[in-house]
Design a protein around this ligand. Structure first.
Ligand code: PLP
Length: 374
């Protein structure tokens, strides 16, 4: 039996290899970073690191384990204070911390929804939302990416409890959701809106919900800290009842050891650091402007740190990625079938720390490549 299984698994892996889609783990290297989510460079920021080091030397206990789940021995004063702090910063009644955005979404969707509910999600929503929905046994319907008409058409046909899940800044194409219009539609059909701000948080202040003052229009918001904040973890922003319901019924929250206090402390320090270093988000926007001035074929929104450049055909895309790598630049290629054939794209993540020369060189290489391969 085991041999049979192993053979099946080998075949699946072989198939991926032949298609050129086999996933392998590669160690980080020192090339120029045009691929990470460290949009503001906080993960490598010496001054932020020194601030955290100071906290650790004052209290080395931050580094060691939390000793248990949040509901038993793991609910430290620091995690509790950090949640209060986050709720206040975002002007939400409550916040609940998780060790990752994946776990936050898994908890939220698997717990709030049940098999009588319907979750209508943007077709490009993050995998964690699909997985949470699957655990909840709710019915899943996808609407066309950022398509208001399609969302409304689907909502019109629903009877009973309905939820809508979107992101504000999408990571594949770097485009932004029409959040104000989506809120109008979900209000009209009395659907519960849940918003994932993983990529928007830190890049656009505290995110789009804050920017457009939509706090009262959403059921819950997820912010994550492994991207622009340069640390790790996530928070669900919600009301008191939802927080208590999650604490009582969310398996991914209940049945796991809480993270060490260092994580919670670094999240709080990250907020403070962001507040004192607005320049970083401005530097990022300046770099996005420099990039956009080069007039490549973009699929992304103008102010997005994620810029997707259409390079149709997997082989062409693979070649370009290799050429960039040979020139010391790390980018991420999105091949078909992950995206539709003909819409294969090079995903470039811009950062506050990229230099103008690096950005211009990157775009020149892409342009030369396109001229040669058109
Ligand atoms: C939109 C979105 N939501 C959630 C997550 C998961 O967050 P984390 O990496 O903290 O688990 C990601 C990360 O890739 C994401 O892009």
């Amino acid at each position: 039996m085991l041999n049979n299984q192993l053979n099946n698994w080998r075949k699946s892996l072989e198939k991926r290899k032949q298609e050129g889609t086999l996933r392998v783990l590669r160690p980080q290297t020192q090339e120029i970073d045009f691929y990470s989510n460290d949009y503001l460079g906080l993960a490598g920021n010496r001054s932020f690191q020194n601030r955290l080091l100071g906290k650790i030397s004052e209290n080395p206990r931050l580094l060691t384990g939390s000793t248990g789940s949040r509901l038993i021995s793991g609910h430290s004063i620091i995690v509790s204070e950090t949640e209060d702090y986050i709720a206040k910063e975002h002007q939400f009644p409550c916040a609940l911390l998780f060790s990752s955005g994946y776990n936050a979404n898994l908890s939220l969707f698997s717990t709030l929804l049940n098999r009588h509910d319907t979750l209508i999600m943007d077709e490009q929503i993050h995998r964690s939302v699909h997985d949470g929905c699957r655990l909840s046994n709710a019915k899943k319907i996808k609407f066309k990416h950022n398509d208001l008409q399609d969302l409304e058409d689907i909502l019109k046909r629903q009877k009973g409890g309905c939820y809508v899940a979107i992101e504000t800044l999408y990571s594949m194409d770097g485009d932004i959701a029409p959040i104000e219009e989506i809120v109008q539609i979900t209000e009209k059909y009395n659907a519960n809106l849940i918003v994932d701000e993983a990529h928007a948080f830190g890049v656009f202040g505290y995110g789009m919900i804050e920017k457009f003052r939509l706090h009262d229009k959403v059921m819950a918001v997820v912010v994550t800290y492994g991207k622009a904040l340069g640390t790790h973890g996530a928070a669900i922003l919600c009301n008191k009842t939802i927080r208590s319901y999650l604490i009582n019924f969310a398996s991914p929250f209940i049945y796991t050891t809480s993270s060490h206090d260092f994580l919670w402390m670094s999240i709080k320090e990250g907020y403070e650091f962001l507040k004192q270093n607005h320049q970083l988000a401005m530097d990022l926007q300046e770099n996005i402007k420099i990039f956009r001035k080069q007039n490549l074929r973009y699929a992304s929104s103008e102010k997005s740190p994620i810029q997707a450049i259409l390079i149709p055909e997997n082989n062409r895309l693979r070649n370009l990625k290799e050429i960039l790598f040979e020139n010391g630049m790390l980018t991420y290629a999105v091949f078909s079938p992950t995206v539709k054939t003909g819409t294969e794209r090079l995903r470039i993540c811009l950062h506050s720390f990229n230099t103008a020369q690096e950005i211009v060189k990157l775009t020149q290489i892409i342009e030369e490549f396109n001229d040669k391969n058109e």
